[in-house]
Design a protein around this ligand. Structure first.
Ligand SMILES: *Cc1c(COP(=O)(O)O)cnc(C)c1O
Length: 379
């Protein structure tokens, strides 16, 4: 089945008790048992809920995986992956990591004795050099946030496959429409469902998708034991959002291209980070592993002054200044003071998060209107 058909149909079947075409919101914490231990597969909603089951199946299908697991937030899903490890284990990750992930790794899990190494994953040799006999997880994000670096997922898989080591990919920025890491050899795909999958900035949720049955069981055990699961109302909203994922992504991509090309020509704009440019450092890898280049990009204002960025951000009218991304409406952010504020300045400067860097999540509005908005704000 092709992606668009899966986006509309995967995981969802008419409700057997009523014929309802859309999966109902099963707003229940518990389920009747006809005799002790005799039930219809559902006992308690932390463990299983039918609305969540439908969503988990839909997400698995979109990522070409066998098993989907949903969590209350993207962070809760990353937390579950790290809980596969034990003290003394090591993780290799990118130095251009989502701020919340960096915080979870260094502030929460390092004190429990898990060691994290951050390298520039643009070159697989750096990852190979960082792997030790204790490395049990390689955590990849691609494209990275916010400088849109590309990591070669297949090259990472070559380093991890056949070893006692998992490869996990945070696929939030690409969405399954643009990239399917399991097909490239990853063991775990992670999503902040909050972003493109939900797509309407009205839900916070996370998900993991895997192929391996044993790994799925271990993650489901953690999901149920630690309890960071989403409620049925949120699962319903994401099921609804998924049905237009392919349509939204098409527009995110075409608007993204129009705006990236326009920014690159603007005299007041310094650098533009967008993987669709042939001049992008890893454009060839992006072309190979992604179907298109998306609507996420970042740029700097010439001179790189914080005041200029602040003035620009408060002058935009259509682009809204807010955390998050991936919604139908265009959003923009200032990584240095928002998403990446928890990363020390010297660390963020090394990965290009300078004081004037502005991140755009280009929405599905009219491209001309969006460009007019950026034009007046730059003026
Ligand atoms: C937002 C985000 C997360 C965290 O997800 P939440 O749903 O906010 O918990 C993780 N990784 C990336 C790349 C993100 O953009």
């Amino acid at each position: 089945m092709k992606f668009s058909t899966k986006a509309v149909h995967a995981g969802v079947e008419p409700d057997p008790s009523t014929g309802a075409i859309m999966t109902p919101i099963f707003q229940t914490s518990t389920y009747v048992q006809s005799a002790p231990g005799h039930h219809k597969g559902y006992e308690y909603s932390r463990t299983h809920n039918p609305t969540r089951t439908a969503l988990q199946r839909a997400l698995a299908a979109l990522e070409n995986g066998k098993h989907g697991l949903c969590f209350a937030t993207g962070m809760a899903s990353i937390d579950a992956v790290v809980k596969l490890l034990k003290p003394g284990d090591e993780v290799v990750s990118t130095n251009d990591l989502y701020g919340g992930t960096y915080r979870l790794f260094t502030k929460i899990f390092e004190p429990f004795g898990v060691k994290f190494t951050f390298v520039d994953m643009g070159d697989p040799a750096n990852v190979a050099a960082a792997i030790t006999p204790k490395t049990k997880l390689v955590w990849v994000e691609t494209p990275t946030n916010p400088t849109l670096r590309i990591v070669d997922i297949a090259a990472m898989a070559k380093l991890t496959q056949g070893k006692d080591m998992l490869l996990a990919v945070d696929n939030t920025f690409a969405s399954p429409y643009l990239q399917n890491p399991l097909d490239l050899g990853a063991d775990i795909v992670m999503h902040s469902v909050t972003k493109f999958l939900g797509g309407h900035s009205d839900v916070v949720m996370g998900a993991l998708i895997v192929n391996d049955d044993d790994l799925a069981d271990r993650l489901a055990f953690i999901q149920n034991s630690c309890g960071g699961t989403p409620g049925p109302q949120d699962c319903f909203l994401v099921l609804r959002g998924l049905k237009t994922l392919h349509l939204r992504m098409e527009r995110h991509c075409s608007n993204g291209r129009a705006i990236a090309e326009w920014l690159a020509k603007h005299p007041k704009v310094g650098r533009v980070y967008w993987p669709g440019f042939p001049s992008h450092g890893n454009h060839d890898v992006a072309k190979r592993q992604m179907r298109d280049f998306g609507g996420m990009m970042s740029f700097t204002i010439k001179g790189d002054k914080l005041e200029d960025a602040t003035k620009f951000l408060s002058s935009c009218k259509l682009f809204t200044l807010a955390e998050s991304l991936g919604g139908v409406e265009s959003l923009m952010g200032h990584p240095a003071s928002m998403t990446h504020a928890s990363i020390p300045r010297e660390v963020r400067l090394r990965s290009g998060v300078t004081d004037s860097l502005i991140r755009l999540s280009v929405g599905v509005e009219d491209a001309g209107d969006l460009i007019d908005d950026l034009e007046q704000a730059l003026a």
